[in-house]
Design a protein around this ligand. Sequence first.
Ligand code: PEP
Ligand code: MG
Length: 562
Amino acid sequence: MSLQLKGAGGAPGIAIGRAFCFQAEPAPGMHAQIGERPDAAMERFTAAQAAAAARLNALAEQQRADGFEQEAGIFEFQALLVEDPALTGEVARLVREEGQPLDAALSAAVALVRASIAGIDDAYLRERAADVDAVGKEIRKALYGAGPSLAAVPAGAIVVAPDLTPAETAELRGGVAGFATAYGGATGHTAILARAMGIPAVVGLGADALAIADGTELILDGSESLLIAEPTPEQRAAYAQRASAESTLSQQRRLAFRDQAGRLADGHAVGVWANIGRPDEARAALDNGAEGVGLFRSEFLFLDRTAAPSEDEQFAAYRAALEIMAGRPVVIRTLDIGGDKPVPYIDMPREANPFLGVRGLRLCMRRPDLFATQLRALLRAAAHGDLWIMLPMVATLDDLRWGRAQLHAAADALAAEGVAHRADACLGIMIETPAAAVTADLLAREAAFFSIGSNDLTQYAMAADRGQADLATRYPHDSPAVLRLIAQAAEAAKRAGIPLGVCGELAGVPEAAVLLAGLGVNELSMAPAAIPIVKERLRQVSFEQAGEMAREAMQLLIRSNV
Ligand code: PEP
Ligand code: MG
């Protein structure tokens, strides 16, 4: 029987295909073999250790053959750690002396070894604690099998999962038709990545989505946040027709606006720029008519791999984006790791509230080595185009000043080494904490530009986790509270005479784009696919009308969708 589920948002587009149900990892305890003899359990464990070490050594060889020496070293280190006596001894003690099932013993032993390393007073060794977790996972895979891999999703399938991490989403290549998740919100990084990759998606469908069986026929309508399981023949025919009409219309819009500058009906200029996560996405940006890149989320270069990219690798990626954009501005945001973007090889403190913790610039303060490498790569790339450097998660003037001091130090070091770079690349900040928005007048004196991160600004202003679908729907990013904070930053930017952009998801929603233009925003940055439709909508209103609409929106105390 046909079943319809409504989600909290996602990425536009229609997908018709069969369900591929994906469960990332078995929960610890799922495989407990109650009553297994200790000898048999330890035999299984020893065999799994050998298999995991062999796999890690093979990965190391492959990395070395591909020229990734540093990554190869990480896998070799992990292969040694698999057979670490402390880990083996603790598993054996728990299984033999305490009679624990192997599964539970492994989890406890990994936690113990991790904690003992994390407590060592040596930054390098402390970082190795993350390797212990990775090793635990490898042994688990050897014990229970790897489970489904996203890289193996059949072409044309629709992935159905409880949730996907950004790294898992980045794995979705090769013709996957779309994905649907039970959890996650419209402004979470999984949905953002789906929009960037042009994959139709619906997130936040609720637990009912998890009852869908593998192979079920599905229709996914990302624009309406809808998932239909076992559609009727009429629904199937109607959606097939809509999918083809939508692709024709978007193609027409794309061509009509590709070479047109962003502007309002009266000619008031509003730049329409693109958000990207990898340099090659700059091609899609240009193809859709982007006038610049308003946000290059550099942390996406750090996901989906086993070690941080080197200075040279980063330099090549930033330079490639600048060269594709051929002289147009490219705003590259420095690392924004943490929150919902953990990176397995960067050891992060366990926090009760990661979004309020060591995230973005704060993580860079703890890891100045990572930050310095990135700043050097950025300054070197700046010699090849119009690069603007942007700091995320700024809450105080001190944050901005710290970032600037690091940038100067990186420039001095490059100069001393005689490395070609551009020392005077401009430094701006994201306005995504309420603290930054309300002190925008102070920050505007020292920042070269502002870009509003409406996704985080909303979650922090409304106290509503951006990854929780129901909260994000009830406390949306176009609330009067958020618009007023944006208006405050806009006023400060105007007084200081610095450019103001918006690079959160709000900028790519045509009706919201009009309000932002009315608040005096100079540039809107969005997923490339949204550019033509936003350009089209902007041309339908004058600056005065947009300003009036923005003033009205800031007075709306009750929203019609509640
Ligand atoms: C934002 O917070 O609006 C933003 C653009 O940054 P991110 O979504 O990557 O946190
Ligand atoms: Mg943000």
